[in-house]
Design a protein around this ligand. Sequence first.
Ligand code: 13P
Ligand code: SF4
Length: 336
Amino acid sequence: MAIINIEEAKRNVEQVGFLDVDIDSGLNLFEEIKELKKEKNAILLAHYYQEDDIQDVADYIGDSLGLAQQAEKTTADIIVFAGVHFMAETAKILNPDKKVLLPDLKAGCSLSDSAPPDLFKKFKDEHPGHTVISYINCSAGIKALSDIICTSSNAKQIVESLPQEEKIIFAPDKNLGAYINKKTGRNMVLWNGTCMVHEIFSKEKIVKLKVRHPDAKVIAHPECEDVVLQEADFIGSTTQLLKYTEKDVANEFIVATETGILHQMQKNSPNKLFIPAPPDNSCACNDCPHMKLNTLEKLYLCMKYESPELKMEENLRKAALKPIKRMLEISAKLGL
Ligand code: 13P
Ligand code: SF4
């Protein structure tokens, strides 16, 4: 049951995660959000896994690297981040003087949650002399314990920027880590984390689907398990997958990543067929429940009342900034 009083909703926001107030059903939220962006000099950054309506009203839609690069260069006063918590954190780490808003504070990430900083610190201490490369899908606490951050679009290049003999810990995604080990011939020590969405795809069902769609290309995100990646014609970050579907001659694609990306794929290639890769049971598990906590209504409310706002302790922010900057510098040098 929604609360009517906005001040009460603001007081409850930490606990509830979002502003739980009723919205006038007559409002055109697309127009309202566009107006709020202008009025407040706010930029709306959205990940491809957000619901279609949010993607359609965003100023920039991208993968984690693209979003971090946009957050680094924006001149807006307010960054509204339609994504999950670690993405908004990254924007705040890069912009201590800007207000960073997110529609729902509780939009987390199973992969990020798989690496609690205290346990990771112990793991790091057990592996002295190792450089820590962390996938951006981790908390600010893990970033602060890392030497370099990477995303799925630059992980290979970031690893290869270090000498072949360098000892490396890769966290938190063991699937991405194993994939990069394979690609680079390294033997990085892997933290045992996974994404609940990407580990759900069924190799058997994908193989069956390929029989029914013999001309379809299988495309997969590197957070998927190795058995699924083995079936893929192309592996890449969300932006790389999207670009592949635009350029490739195939007319059908079996897509092994979160379903939100299908919106842009279909928009950019209206005559092609996109089939979500089937999960290993009958639920809609390839929708990320964290990403999908954000709604157009919550987005409108957070922009109108500038809450919830992401806040971060300054020492943690400074420590987490260093490895992110290193990633952005290496990426810029390589033209990524
Ligand atoms: P990218 O968009 O960087 O490929 O990441 C996918 C993802 O799982 C984000 O949570
Ligand atoms: Fe985290 Fe996976 Fe959801 Fe991405 S899709 S936010 S990695 S749980």
